[in-house]
Design a protein around this ligand. Structure first.
Ligand SMILES: C[S@@+](CC[C@H](N)C(=O)[O-])C[C@H]1O[C@@H](n2cnc3c(N)ncnc32)[C@H](O)[C@@H]1O
Length: 374
């Protein structure tokens, strides 16, 4: 049975493992960077369509040691790449190398490309062109201390690109990071969710798609596997039909998004509309200083600004003080999850966290903290 690797934002491998198991996939290994699972290609299509947390689904094809360029070339030559695409299709090599004899990743990428195109030339007398923006075949090469691993990217563009976000505020969360955090929060998918710093709407749109059972990949036009020779259109169409049939039209609760910035509210509304979830989310321009519970009970999940990319620290202190005050005085009996990359600002909340996770938002080390308002 083939093995596939689902990569995830750092800190979310456990959540991804649970998600893939819930999808019925056979998880075989887990590391900091993601989860390995064993499956036929249908399982690979399924993970691409349904995983809310994975960044990409890769098909590992080669592992070897190489110290010299010729060793690298020969190892690549041993694997038949002509089975993946036709010679008139395009490809790209994405290489990253660390702590090895060959330390120039452009050189490594070129050597791998040469080994692949030579195979096509020998067999067909024609070679695939390189296209770095929209290639049909993306080959990923990773090397650490002369140990190489080579994979085929079955996703194409990264899976956080769901296709519903056209415009964003400054410092938006990636969709798969937001979905992973919702998974960590253990939100039950059956109760209201409130976001005081809604920005482009990512948390609430992801949550609404979960509640309405809308597959995260349903709005995407293409995936990498669609360009591969073995693509089975009938199997894919069946998965898409099943996903659409399982969607819900209505749910007996709502989502509430607030933001001080009117432009953010307009952007979030547009994004929610494109995602097909605007009928279950209410948006309102309002400051965290004045916001009051829009329903009797629910869960709060927020990503306030934290200075690494936007805002200045003094103003942000006031925002965190307002957030702490609002939670303490107006949201008694609620639970709140806060994602922040700034420890000092978290101190300004003047609240004590009952649970915490370490998460990376890109390269920024963040904390995802739970507060229970008694
Ligand atoms: C880091 S962004 C949130 C990004 C959002 N999670 C997303 O994925 O797009 C922070 C948001 O907080 C809003 N904001 C800043 N100060 C605020 C305040 N006092 N009350 C409410 N919203 C505020 C900003 O307008 C911005 O949209």
């Amino acid at each position: 049975m083939p093995q596939f690797f689902a990569s995830a934002p750092k800190g979310l491998s456990d959540a991804l493992e649970i998600e893939l198991k819930e999808l019925g996939l056979n998880v075989t290994e887990k590391s900091q960077s993601g989860v390995m699972f064993e499956s036929n290609w249908e399982g690979c299509y399924k993970a691409n369509l349904h995983s809310r947390i994975a960044s990409r689904i890769m098909k590992p094809i080669l592992d070897f040691t190489a110290y010299q360029p010729e060793e690298l070339y020969n190892a690549i030559q041993k694997h038949d790449f002509t089975k993946y695409i036709k010679p008139n299709q395009t490809m790209t090599i994405d290489a990253s190398v660390r702590d090895g004899r060959m330390h120039d990743q452009r050189f490594v990428a070129m050597k791998v490309k040469d080994a692949i195109v030579d195979q096509f030339r020998e067999k067909f007398d024609v070679r695939p062109d390189v296209d770095n923006t929209r290639p049909d075949l993306r080959v990923q090469v990773r090397a650490v201390k002369n140990q190489f691993s080579v994979s085929i990217d079955t996703s194409g563009s990264s899976l956080f690109q769901r296709g519903y976000r056209r415009d964003v505020v400054e410092a938006p969360l990636k969709e798969n990071l937001a979905a992973g955090l919702l998974k960590l929060s253990e939100w039950d998918r059956q109760s209201s969710l409130v976001d005081f710093f809604v920005g482009s709407g990512t948390f609430l749109i992801e949550a609404a798609m979960m509640a309405l059972n809308i597959a995260p990949g349903i709005h995407r036009k293409t995936f990498g596997f669609m360009k591969l020779e073995n693509f089975d259109r009938a199997v894919w169409d069946k998965l898409v039909d099943e996903a659409i049939a399982a969607e819900k039209e209505e749910i007996p609760f709502e989502f509430f998004g607030f933001d001080i910035d009117r432009r953010a509210i307009t952007i979030a509304k547009d994004n929610a509309k494109r995602a097909g979830v605007d009928h279950v989310i209410q948006f309102k321009a309002e400051s965290v200083a004045t916001v009051a519970p829009p329903v009797e009970k629910g869960l709060i999940v927020v990503n306030p600004p934290y200075g690494a990319r936007i805002g200045d620290e003094d103003n942000l202190r006031d925002v965190y003080r307002d957030l702490g005050y609002t939670l303490k005085h107006r949201f008694q009996g609620w639970d709140a999850w806060i994602l922040s990359g700034n420890k000092d600002l978290i101190g300004d909340l003047k609240l004590k966290a009952s649970r915490r996770f370490m998460i990376y938002n890109g390269s920024i080390e963040c904390r995802f903290l739970k507060y229970t308002m008694r």
